[in-house]
Design a protein around this ligand. Structure first.
Ligand SMILES: NC(=O)c1ccc[n+]([C@@H]2O[C@H](COP(=O)([O-])OP(=O)(O)OC[C@H]3O[C@@H](n4cnc5c(N)ncnc54)[C@H](OP(=O)(O)O)[C@@H]3O)[C@@H](O)[C@H]2O)c1
Length: 272
């Protein structure tokens, strides 16, 4: 999902080579090495991950193979060829007990296997490379993949009632906006960890209600608790990210999530 928008955002200004899972399995270190050796990129942006958060609980080996060892393979190849690695990570490295926006240096404490595997990936990047960029974002939705916004949009047309959790607070982030933010960041000689998200905060329930409202659906959105939903992976109750480092260094502030959502839904409706 994110990779497609990143490729579009960078096309005019960079020579972009995209690699899907069929061309490059990041778990195979030799293939990773060969491809980076052949193409010798100035910059590698790793958007690949095993992102099925609940499945990670039962598929721990796969989660760590992709999200940790795969990232290690890329970091080693980047070190050997002198390419700058921009690696995408997640708010799920935090446990959500803080009640104000998380800063880059805040203590990590993932609650899920997905979060643990993503943190292990971050740690490989930080120990292998002296110069790197780790971007943590959250609650992604966009044109290129399955996501919460698309699911609610679809279900709101089919059902009269939707139950959505109201005890997790974060910030929905549009992949198109994140892609442009990545483009801005790579232009300012970045180093280290950055938090990037759309502005504002909400719960999943509030996000769903807004989707229903904006698409003129008559479906009723009913709040529920995470305990009632009983999903295998535990999620942070609060994972708003403090993006001030990114804003300071790039001079760019992403728009409010509501404005981004409106654009996304308009585009979805135009496609239909
Ligand atoms: N989605 C979110 O809400 C969210 C929130 C915070 C951070 N992030 C992070 O943002 C990044 C992009 O997320 P996204 O939502 O765009 O994810 P996505 O749509 O699931 O894309 C990840 C891609 O990685 C591919 N992949 C999986 N295993 C691979 C392997 N071994 N080698 C090469 N490619 C492989 C997947 O292919 P298949 O589809 O064929 O498996 C998929 O195309 C990830 O690092 C994710 O952890 C996502």
């Amino acid at each position: 999902m994110l990779a497609q928008d990143v490729a579009v955002a960078l096309k005019g200004s960079h020579e972009v080579i995209t690699m899907g899972e069929h061309e490059l399995d990041i778990c195979h270190s030799e293939t990773v090495n060969d491809i980076i050796e052949q193409s010798r990129p100035d910059l590698v942006i790793n958007c690949a991950a095993y992102t099925r958060v609940d499945d990670c609980e039962t598929e721990q080996e796969k989660a760590f193979a992709v999200n940790a060892t795969g990232v290690k393979n890329i970091a080693l190849a980047c070190r050997d060829r002198g390419s700058l690695l921009v690696h995408i990570s997640t708010d799920y490295v935090f446990d959500g007990t803080k009640r104000e926006p998380y800063r880059e240096a805040d203590e990590t404490h993932p609650l899920s296997i997905y979060g643990q595997s993503k943190l292990a990936g971050e740690n490989f990047v930080r120990t292998i490379l002296t110069r790197y960029v780790i971007i943590r974002s959250l609650w992604l939705y966009g044109r290129g993949g399955n996501n919460f916004a698309a699911t609610i949009h679809k279900r709101a047309q089919e059902k009269t009632e939707l139950r959505v959790v109201n005890d997790q607070t974060g910030c929905p982030t549009y992949t198109c906006d994140l892609a442009h933010a990545i483009k801005a960041l790579i232009g300012v000689n970045p180093q280290g960890i950055y938090h990037i998200a759309n502005q504002g905060t909400c719960t999943w329930y509030e996000f769903a209600r807004r989707i229903v409202e904006l698409t003129n659906s008559t479906a009723e959105v009913i709040p529920m608790s995470s305990d009632e939903l009983e999903r295998p992976a535990k999620r942070p109750a609060y994972s708003v990210l403090d993006c001030s480092r990114f804003i300071q260094e790039t001079g760019m502030e992403l728009r409010h999530w509501d404005a981004a959502l409106q654009e996304y839904l308009q585009e979805q409706q135009a496609e239909v």
